[in-house]
Design a protein around this ligand. Structure first.
Ligand code: NOJ
Length: 494
C-alpha cells in the first residue's frame, strides 16, 4: 500500500470512528437502488418442468449433514411459482433494479446447448416482463453457484473446457433475454466458488483439492468470463446496448497496527482476496497480482512441485481478459483486521497457507455472525479500489446484514444507514464514481451451508408455511423511503 493511501486511510479511520449520525446529503439524481437474490437461494422447483440437477441439488441431497439442519433449496422461497409476489414486493419498495441469477440447469438441463428447456426460458421471460411492466430494470447474473451436475461430472470449474461451455450458455442467455436486459454480470463471487467448492471443498460440489483446485477453478472462471464478455461485445452490444461485468467479493482488510509488517499483511490480504480475480480483469496491467505469482511459485517449489500451483496466463490470455468490464461490480459486507505472521510452514498446500496472514475481527465491533458493522471499512475499500484499478465506475451489487428473521429489525436499518452514509461520503468527500447500491437480500432465503438459520431479507419468509408467506420488515419500509427520497434522514440538504 503506498504511503499516501495509508495516511488517507488513517484519516478516514478517525473520521469514521467519530461518525454515527447518518448523512444528510442527497444521493445524486441518477444514483440507482436495487435488491438482489440468486436462483438456488430462492427459486425452489428443483426438479420441475424439465430442470436439470445442479451441484447444489446434488450436494444438499447427498450430504445433508454438511448444511445446517439438513436444509436444502428444493422449495426455498418457491419463487419459481411465486415470482409475481416477488415483483409486487420489489414494486412496493420502488427499487430501480432487481439483481437475480439464472439457473443454468433450468435453461440448459444437460449444461450444453443441445437441449433448451422451454419452461425454464418462459419462467425468466415472464419474470423479466413483470419487472419491466413495473419499471424495474432486470440485472442478471449468469452464474451464481448452481453449476449443472453434468459439468461437475467432467471435473467442474477446474476443467479448462468449462470456459467454452459457459461461453455457449452466455451466448444463449444474451440471445434469449438480451433485448430486455441491459445489465449483465457473468459470474458471482468466483473466489467463494473456488475456495469453498474446490479448495476446502466444504461447500458444493464438495471437491477438496486444497492449494490446487481453487487456483485451477479461478483460472477457468476468468477465461469463461472473458469469453462471455467478448461474445457480448462482438455479437450483441451493437443491437442490445447493455453492459457486462463480473461480481467480485471482498471484505476490507485493515492493518492490525501501524507497523510496516501489518500494513504489508493487509495489502497482501487484499491482493489475495480481491486482486486474485480483480487484477486480471480490472487492473490496467492484467494478470494475477505479482505477490500471488511470486509467493505461490516459491512455496510450490519448496513443496517439490515442478511448477507453480498457480496456473500461468499466456501473454495473449492476459490481453484477452484485461479490460473485460463495463463497470466494476462489488459485493462487500464487513471488515477484517490483518496481522503479519511468519509464513505457514511448508507442508499441506493451501490458499490460506500461501497467503500467510492472520485475520480476525475486533471483539469491540458490533454485528451479527461474521458481519461486523464497520462502515469506515467500506469507505476505505472503495477508495482502495478506485486507486488500485484506475478510477472505475463502481456498482455495489451486494451489501446487507443478517439476523434471526424478526420483523422489527432496527439493527438492519442501522447497518444500511451506516453503510449508505459511507457510500455518500465516498461520492461527495472522496469524489468516487459509485453509481448504484444493491441490498442483499429481497427476502430471507437459503444461505448456503447455513441453510435457513441466518436471514438477510428485507421481507420475511415463513419457511414452515407451504405458501412461503412473505411479510414486510421495518427495514423494507426504511429502504423504500431512502429510495423515494434519495436521502437517509427525514430531510436532506438540497
Ligand atoms: C454473497 C453471495 O453472493 C450470496 O449468495 C450470499 O447469500 C450473501 N453473500 C450472504 O452471505
Amino acid at each position: 500500500m503506498n504511503v499516501a493511501v495509508h495516511i488517507f486511510n488513517v484519516l478516514i479511520f478517525f473520521l469514521g470512528e467519530s461518525l454515527s449520525e447518518p448523512s444528510n446529503k442527497k444521493f445524486p439524481e441518477n444514483f440507482k437502488f436495487g435488491v438482489a437474490t440468486a436462483a438456488y437461494q430462492i427459486e425452489g422447483g428443483w426438479a420441475d418442468d424439465g430442470k436439470g440437477v445442479s451441484v447444489w441439488d446434488q450436494f444438499a441431497h447427498t450430504y445433508p449433514d454438511r448444511v445446517a439442519n439438513g436444509d436444502n433449496g428444493d422449495v426455498a422461497c418457491d419463487s419459481y411459482h411465486r415470482y409475481l409476489e416477488d415483483v409486487e414486493m420489489l414494486a412496493n419498495m420502488g427499487v430501480n433494479h432487481y439483481r437475480f441469477s439464472l439457473s443454468w440447469p433450468r435453461i440448459l438441463p444437460t449444461g450444453y446447448t443441445n437441449q433448451i428447456n422451454e419452461a425454464g426460458v418462459t419462467y425468466y421471460k415472464n419474470l423479466i416482463s413483470a419487472l419491466k411492466e413495473n419499471g424495474i430494470e432486470p440485472f442478471i447474473t449468469l452464474y451464481h453457484g448452481d453449476l449443472p451436475q453434468t459439468l461437475q461430472d467432467i471435473g467442474g470449474w477446474p476443467n479448462p473446457l468449462l470456459a467454452d461451455i459457459f461461453a455457449e450458455f452466455a451466448r444463449t442467455a444474451f440471445s434469449l433475454f438480451g433485448d430486455d436486459v441491459k445489465n449483465w454480470t457473468t459470474i458471482n463471487e468466483p473466489k467463494q466458488t473456488c475456495i469453498t467448492g474446490y479448495g476446502l471443498g466444504n461447500s458444493a460440489p464438495g471437491a477438496p483439492a486444497s492449494g490446487i483446485g481453487e487456483y485451477d477453478c479461478m483460472h477457468t472462471l476468468l477465461r469463461a468470463h472473458a469469453k462471455a464478455y467478448h461474445i457480448y461485445d462482438e455479437e450483441f452490444r451493437a443491437t442490445q446496448n447493455g453492459r457486462v461485468s463480473i461480481v467480485l467479493d471482498t471484505a476490507w482488510f485493515e492493518p492490525a497496527s501501524d507497523s510496516e509488517d501489518d500494513i504489508e499483511a493487509a495489502e497482501r490480504a487484499l491482493q489475495f482476496e480481491h486482486g486474485w480475480c480483480a487484477h486480471p480483469v480490472y487492473h490496467p496491467d492484467g494478470n494475477y497480482p505479482q505477490v500471488m505469482i511470486d509467493r505461490i511459485a516459491e512455496r510450490s517449489q519448496k513443496e517439490g512441485f515442478s511448477k507453480s500451483r498457480l496456473p500461468e496466463f499466456s501473454a495473449e490470455e492476459v490481453d484477452y481478459i484485461r479490460g473485460t468490464f463495463d463497470f466494476l461490480s462489488l459485493n462487500t459486507y464487513t471488515t477484517n483486521l490483518a496481522k503479519w505472521t511468519t509464513d505457514h510452514e511448508i507442508g499441506t498446500p493451501g490458499y490460506y497457507a500461501d497467503l500467510s496472514v492472520s485475520t480476525y475481527q475486533d471483539p469491540s465491533w458490533n454485528g451479527s455472525a461474521w458481519i461486523k458493522v464497520v462502515p469506515w471499512g467500506l469507505r476505505k475499500l472503495l477508495n482502495w479500489i478506485d486507486q488500485t484499478y484506475d478510477h472505475p465506475e463502481i456498482v455495489i451489487t451486494e451489501n446487507g446484514y443478517a439476523d434471526d428473521g424478526r420483523l422489527d429489525d432496527p439493527d438492519r436499518i442501522n447497518y444500511y444507514a451506516e453503510y449508505l452514509t459511507a457510500v455518500l461520503e465516498s461520492i461527495y468527500e472522496d469524489g468516487l464514481n459509485v453509481t448504484a447500491y444493491t441490498a442483499w437480500s429481497l427476502m430471507d432465503n437459503f444461505e448456503w451451508t447455513s441453510g435457513y438459520t441466518i436471514k438477510f431479507g428485507l421481507y420475511q419468509v415463513d419457511f414452515e408455511n407451504p405458501n412461503r408467506t412473505r411479510t414486510i420488515k421495518s427495514s423494507a419500509d426504511y429502504y423504500k423511503n431512502v429510495i423515494a427520497n434519495k436521502c437517509l434522514v427525514d430531510t436532506c440538504e438540497e
